[in-house]
Design a protein around this ligand. Structure first.
Ligand SMILES: [Zn+2]
Length: 159
C-alpha cells in the first residue's frame, strides 16, 4: 500500500487502529512532538509498521526551499515543515497537513494535500513556538528569534 506523508498535528488526528493507511514521517517532525498523547500514538504506529521514519534527500529539500522563498512561505516553514514537503515530493505521494504554509508550498510544487481536521470543527491541536536556547514559550504566530536570548524559535504542538 502507498504511504502518505504526515505531519505532527495530523498524527494526533489519525486513528491508526482503524485504518490500513501507512504513513511516512521525517525525523525532524518526530522531534517536534512534545505532547505525550501524540508521542505514544506515534510510537505505537512505528511498532506496528503503520508509520515509518524517512528523511528526504538534499535535492528535494533544495526544491522546496527554493519554491517557498518564491511564495514567501519560507519564513513560516520550520525545518520539519520543509522536510515534510520534500518527502512528499520525493515519494510523489499525498501530504497530510493542516498547516497553511505547508499546504501552500506543497500545492505550488504540484503535490496533493489532504486536511485532517474536519471541516467546521475547530482544530484541537494548538501550536506554540519554543525557544531553542532558553525554552521560553511564544505564540505560534511569533516571527523572528527569541526576545530574551536571541535563539531560534521552533514550532511545537502544545497538546
Ligand atoms: Zn530564548
Amino acid at each position: 500500500m502507498e504511504f502518505k506523508v504526515i505531519d505532527a498535528s495530523a498524527l494526533l488526528h489519525s486513528d491508526f487502529s482503524c485504518s490500513n493507511q501507512r504513513y511516512l514521517v521525517p525525523n525532524s517532525v518526530m522531534l517536534e512532538i512534545l505532547d505525550e498523547k501524540t508521542r505514544i500514538l506515534a510510537e505505537q504506529a512505528l511498532k506496528s509498521g503503520r508509520l515509518k521514519i524517512l528523511d528526504p534527500g538534499e535535492d528535494s529539500i533544495k526544491k522546496v526551499v527554493s519554491k517557498a522563498s518564491k511564495t514567501g512561505d519560507d519564513s513560516s516553514l520550520s525545518k520539519a515543515d520543509v522536510d515534510l514537503i520534500a518527502l512528499a515530493l520525493e515519494k510523489k505521494t499525498v501530504l497530510l497537513s493542516d498547516d497553511y504554509a505547508i499546504q501552500n508550498t506543497a500545492r505550488q510544487l504540484g503535490l496533493k494535500v489532504e486536511f485532517t481536521a474536519q471541516e467546521g470543527i475547530k482544530k484541537t491541536v494548538k501550536w506554540v513556538k519554543l525557544c531553542e536556547g532558553c525554552g521560553r514559550k511564544y505564540e505560534a504566530s511569533t516571527a523572528g528569534v527569541c526576545g530574551v536570548c536571541g535563539s531560534r524559535l521552533r514550532k511545537h504542538s502544545s497538546g
